[in-house]
Ligand binder design. Structure first.
Ligand code: F6P
Ligand code: MG
Length: 473
């Protein structure tokens, strides 16, 4: 079912695939070991501690196999049907070694393999080795969270009082709405820059630089493909034509913490503005690519907002304490919490995990591997795919010519699929499509752009693409 265009391989020295396998994955496994080591130290019960230590050994073994370029071994069966898919594909690919294998497959395998160590255990089922990191990074996002909470509440109150609409012609109202839609979408897009699998060591200052309205304004020119207007047209048309009908928007989530926070900002805005009547969120079933959202991350985020003062002023791991929030700041965060909880209770904000999102393959396989999910997505007005990995999966992480249209590169998810796809992606991997002729070459010539050898400009998250395909047209 996959396209014929070859994929990026971990043996491609000029691609981020090889940097990933050589440098990033060992660091990620080491941080998983450190996390578990800490938890084992304070775990109660000898049996649990013993088992925890043996999982640490298995993680160390995985790291050894990776660093010594051993053959990738079949996954142990933990009773979930996706294991057979992983193992069959491994065999079909000729039981490759770690450093000469398609990047997409091997990176998915890495996280699925880590999961088996916990799912097959007695005392550690459901343990998330990345949870600690996810929460602490979210805590470091405090300034941007407070800034956005304040901005959002202001807008909501303005909308309620009708102030924004006074003395405006219908055209001006529409223009203002379009601007607000773009602002909300850009907030949501750049939230993807704080991804923990790429930024393996982030300081508090680094995080501030990536977030906040200043950073966003400065980055507007870095959106090299921008189909937001087309997406807005479609949403507005749906609102006109199905005024009193159901209009669902789906978000295939990426990272938790700050990115999930901005996804919810967008979701809340779409619901409040009447551009959607329900939002379906698609998290991962298991810990994935370090920072991806699991259902527990969703509830942890909401819980942290019940009492923002306690959450944001608690001392961190190093014992550093933080100044208290003002009354207004607490009120702004609580406002969001109450609105989102209400939407959730009213069935307008729905969390729907599916095993498909953590299978090894690309989304060209969706109609065949998970036909019921494919059918379900057709019910949606718009399916928003967040982040780099979703983009790689939509396009099979293939070595497409950068000028090939997005609608072609996503194959069965494209025209006539019955699904409207919108991808928000800050570029963190080599695959990019839909660029004007000459754009890739131009960006390669910039300092650090990679020149003729590599597409380095596309690795860092500095550039972004917003690509749309109207599969219902
Ligand atoms: O490029 C680094 C990387 O880990 C890729 O392997 C992966 O596609 C991506 O980052 C994950 O990013 P995101 O969270 O945006 O999907
Ligand atoms: Mg991610």
């Amino acid at each position: 079912f996959d396209p014929k265009t070859p994929q990026f391989l971990t043996s491609d020295n000029s691609s981020f695939a090889s940097v990933s396998a050589n440098e990033r994955w060992p660091i990620i496994i080491t941080s998983a070991i450190d996390d578990l080591h800490r938890t084992v130290g304070s775990a109660s019960g000898e049996e649990k501690q013993k088992e925890g230590k043996s999982i640490i050994e298995s993680l160390a073994k995985l790291k050894y196999e990776l660093q010594h370029d051993r053959q990738i071994t079949p996954l142990a069966d933990d009773g979930n049907p996706d294991i057979a898919q992983y193992n069959q594909e491994l065999e079909q690919r000729g039981n490759p070694n770690w450093h000469n294998v398609p990047w997409l497959y091997s990176e998915c395998y890495l996280y699925r393999r880590i999961e088996t160590l916990f799912s097959l255990s007695t005392h550690w089922k459901g343990y998330d080795v990345f949870a600690r990191q996810k929460m602490s990074t979210f805590k470091s996002s405090r300034p941007a969270v407070l800034e956005l909470a304040s901005r959002y509440r202001e807008l909501a109150l303005e909308a309620e009082s009708g102030k924004g609409v006074d003395h405006k012609s219908p055209e001006e109202v529409e223009q203002a709405e379009k601007l607000l839609f773009s602002e909300m979408c850009e907030i949501c897009l750049w939230g993807n820059a704080t991804d923990l699998s790429l930024l393996t060591s982030l300081t508090y200052e680094d995080i501030q630089k990536l977030q906040g309205s200043e950073a966003r304004k400065a980055s507007q020119k870095n959106i090299i493909v921008n189909d937001l207007d087309a997406a807005f047209e479609v949403m507005q048309k749906a609102r006109r034509e199905k005024k009193d009908g159901e209009r669902r928007v789906d978000i295939v989530l990426d990272n938790s913490g700050f990115e999930l926070f901005v996804d919810l900002i967008l979701a809340g805005y779409l619901l409040s503005a009447g551009l959607a009547t329900s939002i379906v969120l698609h998290p991962k079933r298991l810990p994935w690519f370090v920072s991806d959202v699991t259902p527990k991350d969703f509830s942890d985020l909401l819980n942290s907002m019940v009492d923002p003062q306690a959450f944001y002023t608690a001392a961190d791991d190093s014992g550093t304490t933080f100044p208290p929030l003002s009354e207004k700041e607490v009120g702004d965060v609580r406002f969001l919490f109450e609105q989102w909880s209400q939407f959730h209770q009213d069935g307008k904000l729905i969390v729907r995990p599916h095993a498909f999102w953590t299978t090894p393959g690309c989304y060209w396989r969706l109609p065949h591997v998970a036909p019921e999910l494919f059918e379900d997505l057709k019910e949606s007005e718009l399916v928003l795919f967040k982040g780099d990995l979703n983009y790689r999966k939509l396009t099979n992480d293939a070595q497409w010519d950068t000028t090939i249209p997005f609608t072609t590169a996503i194959g069965p998810m494209g025209p006539k699929s019955g699904i409207r796809v919108l991808a928000f992606r800050t570029c963190k991997a080599d695959t990019v499509v839909g660029l004007p002729a000459g754009e890739d070459e131009k960006l390669r010539q910039q300092p650090g752009g990679g020149g003729a050898e590599a597409r380095k400009w596309a690795w860092s998250g500095k550039w972004a693409v917003v690509s749309f395909s109207d599969g219902k047209a």
